[in-house]
Design a protein around this ligand. Sequence first.
Ligand code: GDP
Ligand code: MG
Length: 774
Amino acid sequence: MSLLRLYFNRSLRKCVACRYLATQFAHGPNADKGEDVRDLRNIGIIAHIDAGKTTTTERMLYYSGFTKHLGDVDHGDTVTDYLEEERNRGITISSAAVTYQWKKHRVNLIDTPGHVDFTIEVERSLRVLDGAVTILDASAGVEAQTVTVWKQATKHDIPSIIYLNKLDKLGVSVELCLESIRQKLHIDPFLINFPYGESLQKFKGLVDIVDMVKYEWDLAKSTDGRKFSVIPLTEKEDGKFWEYAVKERTNLIGRLSDTDEKIADEVLLETSMDKIKPELVRKALRNATVKRQLTPVMCGSSLKNKGVQLLMDAIYDYLPCPNDREFPFLQYYGSELCAFAFKTIHNQQKMPQTFFRIYSGSLHQRSDVHNINRNCHEKVKTLSRILANEYHNISAAHPGDIVCVSGLKETRTGDTITSKEGLAKIKPILREHRHHEDEVDLHDDSHDDDLNHDVVLAGLQVPSPVFFCSVEPPSMAYQKDLDLALECLQREDPSLKVEVNQETGQTILSGMGELHLEVVKHRLLSEYKIDVYMGPLQIAYKETIDDPVTHTETLDSVIGGKKQHVTVAMTVQPSEQQSGKKVISYKPHTNEKTFITSPRFRKEYKSAMENGIKTALSYGPILNFPVINVEVVLHSVELSRDTSPNVAAAAASMCLHNALKKAILHLMEPIMKLEIITDPDFSSVVLHDLASRRTKIEHVHQNPKDNTKVIQATVPLAELREYSNSIRKITHGQSSLNMEFSHYEEMSEEDKNKAIEKVTGFPVNPAIFNPPSA
Ligand code: GDP
Ligand code: MG
């Protein structure tokens, strides 16, 4: 007999008004009062682009009752891809935080983008989530971006369920998928449900080995897949499927009994593994998943509306609740507020909305909070939960919650906030890690480098931008609007950098890739109505030196009738750390009378010197690119009585700039890591093409399962303009490509000269750039 389960209360979804009620039911003031944190899940969906993250999210929202029709990425009407830019492109750009209620529990779900230009989006969601659903396109197995994101999730200790999507596609093999999980993610996956039917393309439903039932979708009766039957699996009716299920259940229980005593006891008592109660198996499987001892794998086809409800059940059954995770910094806050800002967006009025994860204490509407990173007070206006782009106000948020806060003016992504009482609690240990007085790191401008990281969550690591271009408003009348718009965009996206070139006055945007900057251009038009002109994309080179150079500079000037005199002596040398950091230290020459150590070398002058040095390092002598991997040692500073700090800064800057000009300079270029998977017939064409691009081939191998060739290489970014188009052309579309930034590398003399010629338009006169050492 088949049990028909309705997964949704029909009376609540008949009209828009009812939808509002349904929403109130989940988001209303009662929802956050007596809610049990064990019923809460903070989940991220991660995967390679096109695996079906957005499609699956849409199904989840639909089945939980928050949307009335099934969104479709191919028609551009999904809820989570609500930015116009995302709808046009059919990909997810900025994570949308979505809350839905499924059965008894609430799920905060973050849809994250799969494109490598937006990895910072993935990184910031992983910081605040407790569990993940990793979606694979079952016809492609584990793809390159999935490996990248999986590594990120592992770094944050996030347990995951793997969902094999697109089982309806031709040529799919569940076995091959499991094999690629083993090989590429280095884990031992466990299939907890599997498809049954005549063939995969016509699979009717899924067999669940925990409950020993089959779920059957009759799409002729219920096209949206909302209704389905749950039928107990029997030996008589299901033959080989029953046999396989019993075998797999036995395997699973065997695996679980290694780590779970209760199940181990049960195994000794029971003769047949299919008799062990589902509840017991589920509990043990949950423990093993939360501890990342085992990764459950599930099957489905989101587009064809099969399997998503089981995935929604599994999120509750197997992924951790906030209490299941441990955060060492919480010991300092006790019951006081500790919340981490992981995302900022701007609403229609361009007011910032900051997304927080609450770790301890409560956050209330209209309350005062303290931003630890920026050391300032802020006022919370409203708190809300979000259904894609709809906001639902709540009065308070509690541990484990993910909420959106309006009214904060200073807070940025990566900051930690607390209450007044919380601040008093952590104050004694907050700034224990102050820098040594005489060493300044000029590289880090995150403002929190002197904070004790036991107490705050470290800010986000923003990768270094590799592309830049100039941006101009359509007319000067738009300049102010453009500045404002760029400020908003930069606040939302820490990987976008906006600078004004001191010499030309041009605004320069730097970002992670061609797509990244293109999206900025489109967003400026669609959201801020500014049709900007963007200059050609250029590579963000860096400059560095080989050997130490010492230089002394004297600056004399008369300002307002007062004579000002400065003499500075310093050494610039390759830094030992090679970390890209720029460090200034103070080391007087022996026997030299110096102001550095005297009280007259006041803080004011010290910071002026530092600013001068910072300026000189921000544009190197070759092509005005930042100078990296160097340190500066300041030996002496002589100041006449009336010298102003500005003149001191100018002297320091001049001294360093002239020192760098004396040095042997190198240009460094960004190198990308490339993985190309191609039909073997085209592999020699691809390799031949790569050979003309200054490529280092790291590894070439044949995938024994599907015979594709996998080529791994490192290639200078300068050689990869429009590469995705060109590889598509030469392989007739029979290839896939994944690229990510790897590192900066010194260029050969010849390549350096070519790059200089390309940037300046003039051939290189070697004497200008590499003078004989003076
Ligand atoms: P995302 O980039 O991971 O968000 O993927 P999308 O949800 O945007 O889906 C990418 C493409 O795959 C779209 O054309 C979807 O219609 C399609 N797709 C998603 N799920 C399935 C599925 O279960 N079966 C098939 N055949 N196609 C799917
Ligand atoms: Mg998407």
